[in-house]
Write a protein that binds this ligand. Structure first.
Ligand SMILES: Nc1nc2c(ncn2[C@@H]2O[C@H](COP(=O)(O)OP(=O)(O)OP(=O)(O)O)[C@@H](O)[C@H]2O)c(=O)[nH]1
Length: 203
């Protein structure tokens, strides 16, 4: 595939406490595997996956950041150009949920104001160890205007859905912006026909 062989390119950045499963979610989605003995991310990792949605090729640049505090100044510099952020916590770890407001402050400070943020509760295969209820997380996400999804990188639950729904939403946003730009320039005959996708099923 040549460099230009895609219709859309989006940058997605995963953030959240250390050990919540960011790397495993990315590996599951990009490589279809659950890595054994996954070590902590040092700084930032980068992966690409191209997906096809309704006949269009969407190239996703996925940046996996280290959750450890000591890497914060490195990871912050990756927020700015992100089209979407996947804010992840671990449903079996109350502490990772309680840190979410702190992560939201980081987003507020360093990310683009147009960024789409998805809240992800990972490790739902460990249901018996759950410390954060789905309802509580949904309510929190609602107050912050975020989509919420629960996943298991281990069992592959909702991982494809997470990235594909996000890609759909990003396409839809990109089209709306294109529409606004078209209206602004309002050159006769240059209006592109715009089809809104209806494939975003976060709720
Ligand atoms: N049971 C279960 N364990 C998981 C899941 N996802 C990740 N883990 C485990 O959680 C631990 C941390 O996973 P990572 O993907 O390295 O976490 P991270 O958020 O990338 O951590 P940092 O790189 O330090 O920020 C590893 O031992 C994984 O095997 C999951 O869905 N279910």
């Amino acid at each position: 595939m040549s460099m230009e062989d895609y219709d859309f390119l989006f940058k997605i950045v995963l953030i959240g406490n250390a050990g919540v499963g960011k790397t495993c979610l990315v590996r599951r989605f990009t490589q279809g595997l659950f890595p054994p003995g996954q070590g902590a991310t040092i700084g930032v990792d980068f992966m690409i996956k191209t997906v096809e949605i309704k006949g269009e090729k969407i190239k996703l640049q996925i940046w996996d950041t280290a959750g450890q505090e000591r890497f914060r100044s490195i990871t912050q510099s990756y927020y700015r150009s992100a089209n979407a952020l996947i804010l992840t916590y671990d449903i079996t770890c109350e502490e990772s949920f309680r840190c979410l407001p702190e992560w939201l402050r980081e987003i507020e400070q360093y990310a683009n104001s147009e960024v789409i943020t998805v809240l992800v509760g990972n490790k739902i295969d460990l249901a018996e160890r759950r410390e954060v209820s789905q309802q509580r997380a949904e309510e929190f996400a609602g107050t912050q205007n975020m989509y919420y999804l629960e996943t298991s990188a281990k069992e592959s639950d909702n991982v494809e859905k997470l990235f594909l729904d996000l890609a759909c939403r990003l396409i839809s946003e990109a089209r709306q912006n294109a529409l606004v730009n078209n209206v602004d320039s309002s050159l006769p005959g240059e209006g592109k026909s715009i089809t809104y996708l209806n494939c975003c099923n976060f709720n």
